[in-house]
Design a protein around this ligand. Structure first.
Ligand SMILES: [Zn+2]
Length: 281
């Protein structure tokens, strides 16, 4: 199992990779730039290159997470170009750091009269970004945490948006366990159905990363509040077992985005490794 967590780039990209290794992680996630802004970053290419080399040397995998204001369904036209430029900037940084991809949240509904408008806008924006993007790293679409029935809460939507884009091969998926639980996609008792459907739809094949989080609220409430994996949220160890026991997920990174007040990420990674193993060796 490739367990890791979100880490800070306070000490640069190489610094982030070193921190992950010092935590005995096999993977990590980072913000390529300021998480609260879409402002482009003229990043340090040498630092990114050193990060990539360090990760290859130490068999560390990484993913970037786009800044919070990155919306694939921006309400104002003025924001649209900012989002596109920011996404290209994130992809460039992530690629230079040797990352698998840049995680982006699924879009939100933009019209009450036209339920398709949000999907159309999302696809337009993804097309504009990906037609221009020539690197290896992918956009990783993440499932939403909203109430059942909201945009981005089903595997069908994720797969369909990918299919309808001009360059689907540049899109992969990020499955957030807390979001899936909050939205009712995974209610804790239907993992086998989720997996079966994911395989039939071709979702599992494109799954690149898991955001491994427990949930502070019960399933179906649409509340995105992450909790620690053990003895904290509503998802039980046995329910997580069902997810982890699928050989299809053993090769992909599991990234903690859990609170650090009760237990540090380093300790929590250790707990995961003690419970589910760190590797096949
Ligand atoms: Zn997430």
């Amino acid at each position: 199992m490739k367990f890791g967590s979100h880490v800070s780039i306070r000490d640069g990209y190489l610094g982030a990779a070193k921190q992950a290794l010092s935590m005995n992680a096999a993977a990590f996630q980072y913000f390529p730039k300021n998480p609260r802004s879409l402002k482009l970053k003229a990043f340090n290419k040498e630092d990114a290159m050193l990060c990539k080399a360090f990760c290859e040397e130490n068999k560390l995998e990484s993913v970037a997470h786009t800044p919070y204001p990155t919306s694939l369904t921006p309400k104002e036209d003025a924001k649209r170009n900012k989002v596109i430029q920011s996404l290209l900037n994130d992809l460039e940084i992530a690629d230079a750091c040797g990352s698998i991809g840049a995680v982006v949240h699924f879009g939100k509904a933009i019209s009450t009269h036209d339920p398709l408008a949000g999907y159309q806008l999302m696809i337009e924006i993804l097309n504009e970004v990906l037609v221009e993007w020539q690197g290896d790293c992918k956009i990783l679409l993440e499932n939403s945490a909203d109430k059942p029935g909201s945009m981005g809460t089903t595997l069908e939507e994720l797969v369909q948006v990918r299919k309808l884009c001009e360059v689907p091969e540049k899109i992969g998926f990020c499955f957030d366990t807390c979001h899936a639980f909050a939205s009712g996609l995974w209610n804790g008792d239907n993992w086998q159905d989720v997996m079966k459907k994911g395989e039939q739809l071709g979702y599992v094949e494109q799954l690149e990363v898991i955001h491994f989080n427990n949930s502070k609220y019960d399933t179906g409430l649409g509340k995105d509040r992450h909790a620690n994996i053990f003895n904290d949220g509503y998802i039980t160890e046995t329910q997580f077992d069902q997810l982890i026991q699928n050989p299809q997920v053993n090769e992909i990174p599991f990234i903690l985005e859990t609170p650090k007040e009760k237990v540090s990420h380093q300790e929590e990674i250790k707990q995961l490794q003690d419970r589910w193993g760190s590797s096949y060796d």
